[in-house]
Design a protein around this ligand. Sequence first.
Ligand SMILES: [Zn+2]
Length: 119
Amino acid sequence: MVRVALVPAPAGDPRFPSHECACCGVRYPVRRNGMRLFHGDTLDGDICPDCVLTGPAGAAAKVRARLTAIRKESGEGGGGRKRASLVRLLSRRARMLDGTPSFSLSARQAAARETRERR
Ligand SMILES: [Zn+2]
């Protein structure tokens, strides 16, 4: 079970892609509110508005797509220790998202605002 916490946008150029999504892996700018993924009290990384809007199941699918790509890239058993720990981290994140029924309404509203202002 994960939850999304809102954080104020960082100082600086609001067009600069300063955040990297822990689910789909894209770099994206934060206009008003950044969103962070928490597992209990543990910060698991940033999450982009698109992943918040798609919901936990959709975000889990994006994490799994990245896992598939990483496994393909590294081949059978290849990739070394760094790759292996990334695979472990992403697998854990996908499982936690699976166990999450939905993101909070305030997170979804903030995500909708962020995507509106992007256009
Ligand atoms: Zn994302």
